[in-house]
Design a protein around this ligand. Structure first.
Ligand code: KIV
Ligand code: ZN
Length: 534
């Protein structure tokens, strides 16, 4: 029997970006969108253009550049939103406006303060307006799973009548269960006139940990599109994880009888990229892409896998693009060998990106006996957008003294253009001391919102990967640093986020670099922290 094709609608850049504390700049969104296209998703929901100028610019940039998937933009069921979405999508080869309005009694009464009849009218009007701009219009009934099914069916019928090409059934608050959701989908398929002419979609949130199970139940009940995000990031507990749905459909094709267009070998790389740019680390026991997902600890398991992999492996690490970590390069490997290994791992870097990555590789190889594929992946994740952030402050030297009981002290030397600045500071610990010394040099104190440290591989000489989140006037900037010395990784992560913040301040102010810097050793009067997204 022919497998049924399920379309994968990725909303990492829209719902995923709504994760608390996540903020991506235009370059970062473009880098993720390019990777999503490589992954083979059918639809990229690129953003919510009316939300901010940064969102608009990102949707427009993705619409202009990324070819292959449909590019969708979100709009509430109001003319202003729809016009903005249409404008941002203008350069797209395959644009889709995704408009939504809530249909549950709770939302209609307390949030919208509208009667069901008014909501039905607004839904139809929104779809009609969107169809004046594009041929492909998706309509979502927000909080569908807490809506009256009969009313939901009437709204969907009106949306079809108005020209919708896709109907989406969101479990907005992650409330439904697989059985209940499947019944709702079947009910809609039987009671919405014309539903067979449009695509039917589900969009599940994970508040009860059921997002993937509910999405799969929707597929079993006949939907042809699922909305999901990489690593399951999203509002509150997140959205259904793309990699889990896709690998469930692939591994259990015997049960579902469905296929997707996803190039599964790109899953691991996409997961790393999203985690690195959003600063949302993946838990080790996360299905498919977690550090332990293919690790066999118990002796009996390890022995079984050595004898026959299928004893304890229902899918191979290679199927998600996870190469067995092996010794690859050392400090004597030249740029050629480095580039060749990157190519084998699926990375094609520009000359500038390669140069930056190679310099960081040499630094790492200097200290670490063996540089593994995992180390290399950590080095190059985010290389495209990193290359677009001017390294205004670069770390030249760092020395830290710390011990039990007592303050730590740090001496830091930074280069900015042709000048070098050195400062020392005390702190509660070595990282605090180091960050205080950097603040003294730049003259700008930024709020450290979060700090996370992870070892990239096992072993005593493992590289430490630090992810920091800085807050500046309500805007969030994420930085990453990698080194075998975790204090150095901490300094690099801080400077990475700091340089992004300076670039955003400059973009917002439209002024020269000098006016965006602070009052410390590096001079200049502090510029107001103008608001743009990080
Ligand atoms: O969760 C939700 O209801 C949404 C809609 C906008 C589709 O994200
Ligand atoms: Zn959602």
């Amino acid at each position: 029997m022919m497998a049924r094709r399920i379309e994968i609608f990725d909303t990492t850049l829209r719902d995923g970006e709504q994760s608390p504390g996540v903020s991506l700049n235009v370059q970062e969104k473009l880098e993720i969108a390019r990777q999503l296209a490589r992954l083979g998703v059918d639809v990229i929901e690129a953003g919510f253009p009316v939300a901010s100028p940064g969102d608009f610019a990102a949707v427009e940039a993705i619409a202009k550049e990324v070819r292959g998937p449909v590019i969708a933009a979100l709009a509430r069921a109001v003319p202003g939103d729809i016009e903005k979405a249409a404008a941002a999508l203008r350069p797209a080869a395959r644009p889709r406006i995704h408009t939504f309005i809530a249909t549950s009694p709770i939302h209609m009464q307390f949030k919208l303060r509208k009667s069901p009849e008014e909501v039905l009218e607004l839904a139809a009007a929104a779809v009609r307006l969107a169809r004046q701009y594009v041929d492909d219009v998706e309509f979502s009934a927000e909080d569908a799973t807490r809506s009256d099914p009969e009313f939901l069916a009437r709204v969907f019928a009106a949306a079809i009548e108005a020209g919708a090409t896709v109907l989406n059934v969101p479990d907005t608050v992650g409330y439904t269960t697989p059985g209940e959701f499947a019944r709702l989908i079947r009910y809609l398929r039987e009671n919405v006139p014309g539903i067979e002419r449009v695509k039917l979609s589900v969009h599940c949130h994970d508040d009860l940990g059921l997002a993937v199970a509910n999405s799969l139940a929707g597929i079993e009940a006949g939907v042809t599109q699922v909305e999901c995000t990489i690593n399951g990031i999203g509002e509150r507990a997140g959205n259904a994880a793309l990699e889990e749905i896709v690998m469930a459909l692939r591994t259990r094709a015997d049960v579902y009888g469905c296929e997707t267009g996803i190039v599964t070998q790109e899953i691991y790389r996409t997961s790393r990229l999203v985690s690195s740019l959003t600063g949302m680390l993946v838990q080790p026991n996360k299905a498919i892409v977690g550090e332990n997902a293919f690790a066999h600890e118990a002796g009996i398991h390890a022995d079984g896998v050595l004898k026959e992999r299928s004893t304890y492996e229902i899918m191979t690490p290679e199927s998600i693009g996870l190469k067995q970590s092996r010794l690859v390069l050392g400090k004597h490997s030249g740029r050629h060998a480095f580039r060749a290994r990157l190519r084998e791992l699926g990375y094609e870097l520009s000359d500038q990106e390669l140069q930056q990555a190679y310099e960081r590789f040499i630094e790492l190889a200097d200290r670490k006996k063996t540089v593994t594929d995992r180390d290399i992946e950590a080095l190059v994740a985010g290389a495209e957008s990193r290359a677009n952030i001017p390294e205004e402050y670069a770390l030249e030297y760092l020395s830290v003294v710390s011990g039990t009981g007592g303050l730590a002290t740090a001496t830091v030397r930074l280069r900015r253009g042709g000048e070098v600045f050195t400062e020392a500071a005390c702190g509660d610990g070595p990282v605090d001391a180091c960050y205080r010394a950097i603040d003294r040099i730049t003259g700008i104190h930024v709020e450290l919102d979060s700090y996370q440290l992870q070892a990239v591989t096992g072993g005593k000489d493992a590289a430490g990967e630090v992810t920091v989140r800085l807050k500046d006037d309500g805007h969030v900037f994420i930085g990453r640093g990698l080194s075998t010395d975790v204090i150095e990784a901490s300094a690099r992560a801080y400077l990475h986020a700091f340089n992004k913040m300076l670039a955003a301040r400059r973009d917002a102010a439209g002024t020269s670099a000098a006016s965006a810097t602070g009052t410390g050793a590096a001079g200049g009067a502090a510029a107001p922290a103008a608001g743009v997204d990080g």
